[in-house]
Design a protein around this ligand. Structure first.
Ligand code: FEO
Ligand code: CA
Ligand code: CA
Ligand code: CA
Length: 607
């Protein structure tokens, strides 16, 4: 139902076809170029990209596996600003030149015969993670370029960070590095992001658990509920760098010392948070805001801030049968003074979707919804460190892998992608997650009752993704050649209310079997009123499309291409016969990069 003054955004382009080609396709009348691929120099002595670049070089270059992203204009400009983007993880077989002569483990990480890892290679992996902040400017000819600037900066898996909010200073996070429990080092597996009403950047820590080893006989729920089991090693084996240094040793969380202040048994508890970075303060430590909860944070989306009202932020936990959360600040938003301290005091809620289309927010706070000492939750810090367990006890609704969220700036409706869940069994369907063996995913949305800070809402499904037969749009029709898609992940609503949808079909199944019909991962755009959806872009082979934002004038769009060539097989790595050579082509190794998309007539992208 249209409200007064509400515009329905135009989707004024001809949709592109699905594609399995190793290139990027945009609609007629549009241009696209690749920009700042992994390894592009941004600071210091500007070390040029080579596959042989050192670990320290990598800290002055753009990281790998581009993901969530925002453009912070300088002085409101649409041609000059700071591009800030996450780097989710690394593919070691592309990150390191093959010439080191070391054997590769089953995940492709080079290691010595005794199982130790080369220290510089580990440093390079750590520095390829994190966040890039880089000033970019559009020249007279329309081309964008990197500007060497004091704001250019890399935040990595080594960067010192503050802990803030209820968990800071508690026993949960005391380590040999920070016996007071107030600091930690680095951020890991930064997937999507958020932008606060006071214009800082939040990077989400998603699949951080895979970085830790813990050989203790008993793993408590602060680790086990997040996927850390008794094991000598994790995927990255950073603790096996061949140097005695806490920077590496901390990834072994086994109890080795007399107390927590002597070892790193608590190191994993300093991960799983949202990390605030002030892009305009390059000297300031990033801050982990613990009141937003600890889980596999995909990202965060803020409701539009209203003077005198609480700040509200939504975040999904991307794992099968996990939950959607929201944080409501205790103090009201006041534009003149707002800062990150608003995120340190408030209430964390988890969503319960009722079968009748209503929903409620369950507070994860001491004494509420069963979160009592008798049930094993000592206090607020204990609830937050164990957010998943608290949500279990509260009785939240188990979702099909919550990924990105977005808020319609006019209606206030909140959208979330639920990417897929092949482990949902027949009999466990729920109207909010209606398919058993959910291969293709769906998008849910809701309208809060009263304000965003309210405790009740009404929800519906915006689209059930899938092929021609197994899908449903808002009007109740099946998707067609112009818009079939699978595995919605990235999501963004532009100022004109276009709903941009990005897909992440896993490289393990893309372009095979039931997924062949969708081709490569892609980006579509939807009209939130009519539910019309059109395919806007297809990406190269093996990648996912993730991260999207425009300049304030909406004439330039930035989109990230993550992990091109991820479908390359073991044998193909050995011969250099990668499935993708994007963006450079020829025999080049594939590199994650940012796309710059414009219209030939200079118009608004998507209109
Ligand atoms: Fe990193 Fe949930 O995608
Ligand atoms: Ca990803
Ligand atoms: Ca994602
Ligand atoms: Ca995903």
């Amino acid at each position: 139902a249209a409200q007064d003054g509400m515009s329905s955004p135009s989707l004024g382009f001809k949709p592109v076809a699905v594609s399995a080609a190793d290139n990027v396709v945009v609609p007629e009348g549009y241009r696209v170029q690749s920009f700042i691929p992994w390894g592009t120099p941004i600071s210091g002595d500007m070390p040029a990209f080579t596959q042989n670049a050192s670990g320290e070089d990598q800290a002055r270059q753009v990281g790998s596996h581009h993901d969530g992203m925002h453009f912070f204009p300088l002085n409101g400009s649409s041609t000059d600003g700071l591009l800030v983007l996450n780097h989710e993880y690394v593919e070691p077989r592309f990150l390191h030149a093959a010439a080191s002569g070391l054997a590769l483990d089953r995940n492709g990480f080079p290691q010595h015969e005794d199982g130790s890892r080369d220290t510089d290679q580990v440093i390079k992996e750590m520095n390829a993670h994190g966040i890039t902040l880089v000033r970019i400017r559009q020249g007279e000819g329309g081309e964008w370029e990197v500007v060497q600037d004091a704001l250019n900066r890399r935040v990595t898996a080594q960067t010192p960070m503050q802990l803030s909010g209820p968990v800071a200073g508690t026993d949960h996070v005391k380590t040999k590095y920070s016996p007071e429990g107030t600091m930690t080092r680095g951020t890991l597996n930064n997937c999507a992001h958020g932008v606060t009403p006071w214009n800082t950047y939040l990077a989400a820590e998603e699949n951080w658990a895979g970085y830790f080893a813990n050989a203790d006989a008993d793993i408590d729920r602060r680790q086990a509920r997040y996927g850390i089991e008794t094991r000598e090693t994790g995927r990255y084996q950073w603790h096996r760098a061949d140097r005695e240094d806490d920077m590496f040793a901390r990834f072994d969380a086994s109890s080795k010392g007399a107390s927590a202040a002597d070892d790193f048994r608590n190191e994993p508890h300093a991960f799983g948070w949202m990390v605030e970075i002030d892009p305009m303060a390059p000297g300031a430590d990033p801050v982990k805001r613990t009141h937003l909860g600890r889980f596999a944070h995909e990202g965060v989306i803020f409701a539009p801030a209203v003077e005198g009202q609480p700040v509200v932020a939504y975040s999904g936990d991307d794992a099968r049968f996990e939950y959607i959360y929201k944080f409501v600040s205790r103090q009201p938003y006041q534009a003149a003074t707002a800062d990150g301290s608003l995120l340190d005091e408030g209430t964390l809620y988890v969503a319960k979707f009722n079968e009748d289309g209503s929903g409620e927010w369950l507070a994860l706070a001491p004494g509420q919804n069963g979160l009592t000492p008798a049930n094993g939750f000592a206090d607020l810090a204990d609830i937050l460190v164990n957010t998943r367990s608290a949500a279990d006890v509260a009785g939240a609704t188990k979702m099909d892998r919550p990924e990105w969220g977005a808020v319609d700036p006019v209606t206030g409706q909140v959208y979330f992608t639920l990417t897929n869940n092949t482990r949902r069994e027949e009999g466990d369907e729920h109207p909010a997650n209606p398919r058993a063996n959910n291969n293709f995913g769906h998008i849910i949305r809701w309208q809060e009752e009263g304000s965003h800070a309210g405790e009740r809402f009404q929800w519906d499904l915006f689209v059930i993704a899938g092929d021609h037969a197994d899908s449903r749009d808002l009007a109740g029709h099946s998707l067609d050649n112009d818009n079939i898609f699978s595995s919605p992940d990235g999501l963004w609503i532009d100022p004109d209310r276009r709903v941009w949808i990005q897909t992440d079909i896993s490289e393990s199944v893309m372009n095979t079997g039931i997924f062949e019909v969708f081709g490569n991962n892609q980006m579509l755009v939807a009209n939130p009123e009519t539910g019309e959806i059109k395919r806007f872009l297809t990406g190269p082979v093996g990648q996912e499309i993730t991260g999207v934002v425009t300049t304030p004038d909406q004439r330039t769009m930035f989109v990230n291409v993550q992990h091109p060539g991820a479908t390359t097989t073991e044998g193909d790595f050995a011969t250099g016969n990668f499935t993708s050579h994007w963006p450079e082509g020829g025999s080049a190794i594939p590199r994650s990069a940012t796309l710059i998309i414009t219209r030939e007539d200079g118009g608004i992208v998507g209109a």
